[in-house]
Structures are given as structure tokens and as C-alpha cells.
Design a protein around this ligand. Structure first.
Ligand code: ADP
Ligand code: MG
Length: 227
């Protein structure tokens, strides 16, 4: 169980206080897909960065599986990011000089001949692309490599910031299907930020942000993509 209690993030810009996130409250569960929606500047990345231990709140309390990680030291946060969290970014962040297999293996600290790295790529239907470099793959394929890389760490929490932001609608739906499948088949809490309202229906939980505040939050029976 992951819980934000009145989490706020304020920035002082000159004489003005920017409330990037203002008293956010919610709970997330393992095995659940959460969709976070909101216009540009509404606080989506701020929320995700605090969840992922890349940033810390100005005020409030952050609980993770009963541990209070609100005031973790930098060292503790580093371990938390390493051991607990998987990240998927809009522009994939693959290492261009490594193959798909090597990109996954290096993240999971596996040898290139370790079968497990290949298995994670097979799970995202990339068994035929193991030895391709990023510049030999499409955007959707690169994003699937980055998902395989994140999953190879067996994260409790998988955070995806606009993972389909650079992809066409058909490819985006394939990525959505994979992320819903991860939530359905593992105990990982999957959180996906998007500004595409079409994706709202695929989430088990929906959080909508506006001007740094949670405008709406609800659970629903998700439309199944049948992964
Ligand atoms: P989103 O991801 O929804 O586009 P962000 O979380 O990136 O929004 O930003 C929320 C608000 O906080 C924006 O108004 C943004 O300008 C502001 N903000 C984010 N980071 C900083 C920072 N380091 N310093 C000042 N303001 C920031
Ligand atoms: Mg953002």
C-alpha cells in the first residue's frame, strides 16, 4: 500500500510561491493500474517524481508498505529507487550503443547470456529484436525495451511518465495493453501519466490534476485490453 497524505511541493520563484502540488491525498495498491491525467503544468511529473523518490515533498507524509519514507536521506532514497521503483520515460532513455538485450541485462545486473534478460524482452513481444540497437527499432519497440528493462528489476512500483507521448495511436494502445497486463499479472503498482483522456477508461484508478490539486479521484472497473 502506497499512501500520500497531504503531500505538497512548493517552489519559491522570486517573490512568488509556485504550488506544483498542493495537499495531494490518495492510496495506491499493488496490481492496480492508475492513470494520472491533467493539462500541462498541473503537477503530474511532480507527483510522479515524489512517488519515485526523485524528489521530496515540501510538506505532508509519504508511506510505502508501512514505511514512512517522507524524510528518507539521499542514501535511503537511492536504495529505494534502485530496489523498489521502475521508470519508463517518454523518450525511452535507452543506451544507444547497447542492443535491446544489453540494455535490459545491464539494468538488471545480468550477463548478456543470462536467459532472464531475453525472457523480459519476450514478455513484451520483442523476442525477435534481442540483438538490435535502438536506432534499428521503431518508437514503439524502443518503448517496449524500456518497459522490459524496468520490469527486469521486479519493481513494486512502475512509474511511466507520458510513455505514449511520442507514439501513434495504434502503437500507444499496444503500450497501454502491456502496462495493463503488468498490473494484472504481477503485484506491481503501475502508475501512468498521460494527457490523453482516451486512456482514462483503462485504469483501475484515475487521478485528475488541475493547478497542482487533485480535482477528481476514483476507482472503476477498467475496460480490459485483454492482454
Ligand atoms: P506537468 O507534469 O503536469 O506538466 P509539472 O509537475 O512539471 O507539471 O509542474 C507543475 C508546476 O510546477 C508547473 O507550474 C511548473 O512550472 C512548476 N515547477 C515544476 N518544477 C519547478 C521548479 N523546479 N521550479 C519552479 N517551478 C517548478
Ligand atoms: Mg510533465
Amino acid at each position: 500500500m502506497i499512501e500520500f497524505k497531504n503531500i505538497s511541493k512548493y517552489y519559491q520563484v522570486g517573490t512568488e510561491t509556485v504550488k506544483a502540488l498542493d495537499k495531494a491525498n490518495f492510496k495506491l495498491k499493488g496490481g492496480e493500474l492508475t492513470i494520472i491525467l491533467g493539462p500541462s503544468g498541473s503537477g503530474k511529473s511532480t507527483l510522479l517524481n515524489i512517488l519515485g523518490g526523485m524528489d521530496q515533498a515540501t510538506a505532508g507524509q509519504y508511506l510505502f508498505d508501512g514505511r514512512d519514507i517522507t524524510n528518507y536521506t539521499d542514501y535511503q532514497l537511492t536504495n529505494y529507487r534502485r530496489e523498489v521503483v521502475g521508470f519508463v520515460f517518454q523518450f525511452y532513455n535507452l543506451i544507444p550503443s547497447l542492443t535491446a538485450l544489453e540494455n535490459v541485462a545491464i539494468a538488471a545486473k545480468l550477463n548478456n547470456n543470462d536467459q532472464r534478460a531475453a525472457e523480459y524482452l519476450e514478455k513484451v513481444n520483442l523476442g525477435h529484436r534481442l540483438n538490435n540497437f535502438p536506432n534499428q527499432m521503431s518508437g514503439g519497440e524502443m518503448q517496449r525495451v524500456s518497459i522490459a528493462r524496468a520490469l527486469s528489476k521486479k519493481p513494486r512500483l512502475l512509474l511511466c511518465d507520458e510513455p505514449t507521448g511520442a507514439l501513434d495511436s495504434v502503437t500507444s494502445l499496444k503500450i497501454m495493453t502491456i502496462l495493463q497486463g503488468v498490473a494484472r499479472t504481477t503485484k506491481t503498482a503501475v502508475v501512468m501519466v498521460t494527457h490523453n483522456p482516451e486512456f482514462e477508461k483503462y485504469g483501475d484508478r484515475v487521478i485528475k490534476l488541475k493547478d497542482g490539486r487533485i480535482a477528481t479521484e476514483f476507482e472503476q472497473v477498467a475496460v480490459s485490453l485483454g492482454a
